[in-house]
Design a binder for this molecule. Structure first.
Ligand code: RNT
Ligand code: ZN
Length: 418
């Protein structure tokens, strides 16, 4: 049977529940996912004085073929994008600047250092997002940046964040879609602090200074990402969830929730509705925590589906800015992007194909038997046939056939890089 025939049969089953499958597909086409460039080279970047990865994050594995320069990274991204249905965005970090062999420190970065990225994004119809890099640098070696007791160090990072917002603004202006510029800092302590307040007060002042520079929100949106702990900051993280939740609400900034940054039984899916009631927009880093690591490639697990559901049934496809954040160096990196991003899109499609209004109604009526029964039955509805059709109409490989493309690419291109 053809993809289309399978689709039509599947569609009929969903239509019994008044699910408009074609409309679901149209909606899905409009949702951009911000794909993080750093999966492609293990967060190495292209700085002239490149430093080892720090900041309490770690990439494990040494799968051959990682991108060594901007050309290779863009080429790999193009490959992944050709296997992912839809129009998306690429998320850059400051360390991916191109400075033409000249050592430019982070506080001196300018939009011109990202010109190649912008031209490339234009060529491929992509939006760009941005992140200042407050790690892998000698001024972050003791684990503190914006909350550092030394004013000189704080000022350096404040300057870097302001420069980053200007780069974000440049992206937005050039590409006609606002850049989300997200600040994440590693600041924290390995062991029990004797003072939790002072570093947080310094972070607050530093952020106030960063945001005192007026940047047009038409072109750049500011986000703040919290964390619970990192390697070497097990006991205390300055930029905690409560810190940024309060800061962003008070200062009209976006809160960015990374799904790997909470207690093991605490889930981001359960936070989305509350966030949306008090914020116009919300940003996500979708990731997968495993034990101590917060950054495994996302799989289509219960929590990913639940995130998709919360975005869809709360009518928030244009309010939640979905970004990805995982890094695995033990598998082919183009495959890692492809697996993770396809899964993110699948979770949204899955959610769009549920009779959400009827399920809500059942809950209102107190009919929890039917609510549970239907939610479970829909898990084995022919979702795969709709997904395959979606990939087909979007001109990307259907089911696991994308893997052949990656394997060919690996053999022809990636394997020759070492
Ligand atoms: C780290 C944060 C942060 C980084 C990227 C590279 O725990 O999740 O988002 O992963 O900035
Ligand atoms: Zn993150």
């Amino acid at each position: 049977m053809s993809i289309k025939e399978n689709y039509n049969i599947a569609k009929q089953q969903y239509e019994k529940w008044d699910v408009d499958v074609d409309e679901a597909i149209e909606k899905l086409k409009q949702v951009p996912i911000s794909i993080h460039c750093w999966q492609g080279d293990d967060i190495s970047g292209f700085e002239v004085n490149k430093q080892e990865l720090s900041g309490g994050i770690d990439v494990t594995g040494n799968y051959p073929g990682k991108a060594r320069n901007p050309q290779e990274l863009r080429m790999d991204l193009e490959k992944a994008l050709s296997l992912i249905p839809g129009k998306h965005r690429v998320n850059l970090h400051a360390i991916y600047a191109e400075t033409d062999g000249e050592a430019v420190d982070r506080d001196e970065l300018k939009p011109k250092h990202f010109e190649n990225w912008v031209n490339w994004a234009k060529e491929h119809g992509l939006g760009l997002d941005f992140n200042p890099t407050l790690f892998s640098h000698e001024k972050s070696d003791d684990g503190l940046t914006l909350s550092h007791p030394d004013k000189e160090i704080r000022d350096f990072w404040i300057k870097h964040c302001i420069a980053s917002r200007e780069i974000g603004e440049y992206f937005g202006k050039e590409l006609g879609t606002p850049s989300l510029t997200n600040i994440w800092i590693p600041d924290g302590y390995k062991d029990i602090p004797s003072d939790r307040l002072t570093p947080r007060a310094r972070l607050k002042d530093a952020l106030d200074e960063i945001f005192s520079v007026n940047i047009d929100e038409k072109h750049n949106l500011d986000a703040l990402e919290s964390k619970l702990f990192g390697i070497g900051s097990e006991a205390y993280v300055v930029g905690s969830h409560e810190f940024y939740l309060n800061y962003s609400l008070k200062n009209n900034k976006l809160c960015l929730l990374d799904t790997g940054h909470y207690h093991p039984t605490e889930v981001v899916s359960n936070k989305i509705s509350s966030m949306l009631l008090f914020n116009e927009k919300l940003a996500l880093h979708v990731s997968r925590p495993v034990r101590w690591d917060s950054d495994h490639v996302i799989v289509l697990d219960d929590e990913l589906r639940e995130i998709g559901l919360e975005i869809v049934r709360n009518g928030a496809l244009d309010k939640v800015m979905i970004g990805l954040d995982f890094f695995d160096a033990s598998i082919n990196r183009v495959a890692a992007w492809t697996i993770g991003t396809r899964n993110m899109i699948k979770s949204l499609l899955y959610a769009l194909l549920l009779p959400n209004e009827q399920l809500k109604q059942l809950q209102e009526e107190g009919n929890f038997t039917r609510r549970l029964a239907l939610m479970e039955e829909f898990k084995t509805y022919p979702f795969g046939a709709i997904w395959d059709y979606y990939c087909d109409v979007m001109n990307v490989p259907v089911n696991e056939s994308w893997l052949n493309e990656v394997e060919k690419y690996e053999e022809a291109i990636m394997s020759k890089r070492n």
